[in-house]
Design a protein around this ligand. Sequence first.
Ligand SMILES: [Zn+2]
Length: 337
Amino acid sequence: MVLAMPLLFAACPKDDLPPRPRASASTGSRPVIPPSPTVIAAFNGERAMDHVRKQIDFGPRPPDTQQLAKTRAYITNELKSYGLTVSLDEFNAATPQGEKKMANIVADIPGETKSLILITSHYDTKFYKDMYFVGANDPAASVATLLEIGRVLGTSKEKPKATYRLVFFDGEEAFCEGWSDCGDGENPDNTYGSRHYVSQLREKNEIADTKAMILLDMMGYKNLELGRDPMSTKWLQDIIWQTGRELGYGKIFVNREEGVGGDDHEPFLGAGVASVDLIQLSSYPHWHKADDTADKISAQSMKIVGETVLASLPKIAERVAKEPQKSTKGAEGTERE
Ligand SMILES: [Zn+2]
C-alpha cells in the first residue's frame, strides 16, 4: 500500500499475538448476530487462500501487463461463476511511465433499493524494476477476500435491502517509488482506478445513490490487527468495529489509530461518500518487500474480515436507508476536503 515514509512507524508496537483459530466460525455452533448467520458463516477461508496463491502464480501484476490481464480474467471468471454480471470500466491513464491501459472490474448484487454499498479492493501490484514483488497481502489477500464475499453474496438466496457492488480497482499503486514522489495534487501518481471510478459515478449520476464504500487493503496477515484509519468515516467504521467485536474478534478490531497516507477511499470521501479503509500498514513488516509472500497470509485472517464485513452489510444498509435523500446537485459539486 501507500505510505511514503515507513520510518514513521519504526517505533510502533510490533505484531500482536496471532489470531486464535475459532472453531465457532463453522456453521451454527454458536449464535451469530442476525440477520444472516448462514450467509456469514459461509465465508470459506481456504477458498480465499486459493485465490491468493493463484494471483501470486501469475507473477508481479502492475497495470497494463500480461500478468494483470490474466488476473483480471481470473477475477472476472470467478465472479461469473457465482452468477454475477461483470462489467469492465476501461480507461487510459497518464502515468510517469507514459499512457497505461487500465480497467476496474465491477459486479453488482442487486438489492431491493438502488442505494449502493461498495465493497472494494485494488488488484494491481506495485511496479518494481529490480524486485520480484508478488504482493500476497498487498493486494492478493484483499482481492481474495472480496472474491469470497462475492461468492457468498452471489449464491445467497436472500435479497439484500441495498444493492451491493464489488469493485476491483486497477492502478492504486504509485509508479514512482514513493506514494507522492511524482504527480501533483490534481493528478497524483496513485489511485488511478478509484479516481476514475468516482468520475464515472458522477457521470452516471450515481454519486447520490452511493451511500457507503468499504475498502479492503492489506488485511490478510497471519498476525492480523486492524487499527482505525483516522481519515475514514466514523459511523461506518464504528459499525464494522462493533460487529467485529460482537463476532468475537475484539483482539483484531482494535482502537489504536492506524495512520494511512492515502488510499482508494480518498476520492470517495472527496465526493462526499462515507468510506472506511480496513488496513494493517504499520505492523505489517513485509509491506512493499519481496517477502510479501503467501506464507504471511492466513485463511483465518481473511475469514475474520470476510465474516465481519458480511455481518456489517445489513446494518449499514439499514443505517443508510434512514438517511435523507441527497440532492443530485450536492453530489455534483463536492470537492475533496
Ligand atoms: Zn501497496
